[in-house]
Design a protein around this ligand. Sequence first.
Ligand code: A3P
Length: 312
Amino acid sequence: MEEMLKTLPQHTCSWSKGKITFYKYQNYWTSQQLVVGGHLAQQSFKAYPTDIFLCSSPKTGTTWLKSLAFAIVTRQKFDDSTTPLLNKNVHECVPFLERGLEIIEENHKNSGLPLVATHFPYPSLPESVIASNCKIVYVYRNIKDVIVSHYHFRTKAMNITSEDAPFEEAFEEFCQGISGYGPYWDHILGYWKASLKRPDRILFLKYEDLKKDPTSNAKKLAEFMGYPFSTEEEKAGVIEKITSLCSFENMSNLEVNKTGSIRVGGLENKLYFRKAEDGDWKNYFTNEMKEKIDKLIDEKLNGTGLILKHNC
Ligand code: A3P
């Protein structure tokens, strides 16, 4: 592994005071730890056809999607007063492929939770995920808010003050494709193109749509995963109970998410909950930045049929 790491292109983020180094592995950038975890998963992970993959680029709504999917899939076992989501951060409830192979294998053995989360780009998913025809849910978000969210997450995780880390430099690097699991546009396009070929196996959800209408999106998610809500459940308001349980307001105020840390990776849980606002980018972007990113996205998505609205 050490030899392999030495062969990979590396990039230390100029705005991170030397604290963040990304490695380029199979056309995407990530940390050393996640190159190793990803490589291991690619070598040894065997998907079950019943596995449901929750895929995303970092900072696009992973935490939210995992919470909703977990609450939906486990609703016969737990209700909104007994769910583990009240006492455990959701990243402890739904394992990450690149970090939690043993937990996933344990779930396979015990017919436990079918959910597996990953940040892998589509072409890097372990072969068995595609060969087993597993269902995939992909969440994405407007790029400008992702850039801001990514910047805050990384600076806080590394204890770098924003005065020491110029946002403009982080923005430029993101535009060069250098970000966690970036380039971001390649990440979305990989799943988008696959979803056009396999629409019955890949569900696309947009963070902004989830915000606008959590109920119908939660319903869509449940149906796709094979856990549809019954008419009785709908009448009893089960969907709304799940969406309020998983709402930012509720999740970010739980004691576990205000004070705890994640066992694997050691990051503070509160880092996964910042503002959750659409359009926070307007507080950070100059007009030039807006024009640059809009142009870049137009170029990258041109002719693909995928539209990322510029002003949301
Ligand atoms: P902001 O930094 O814009 O606030 P990820 O989970 O992929 O790491 O993404 C983190 C982003 O999702 C953060 O965005 C975070 O605040 C937001 N988020 C976390 N939980 C959420 C929830 N339950 N509902 C909506 N947004 C949520």
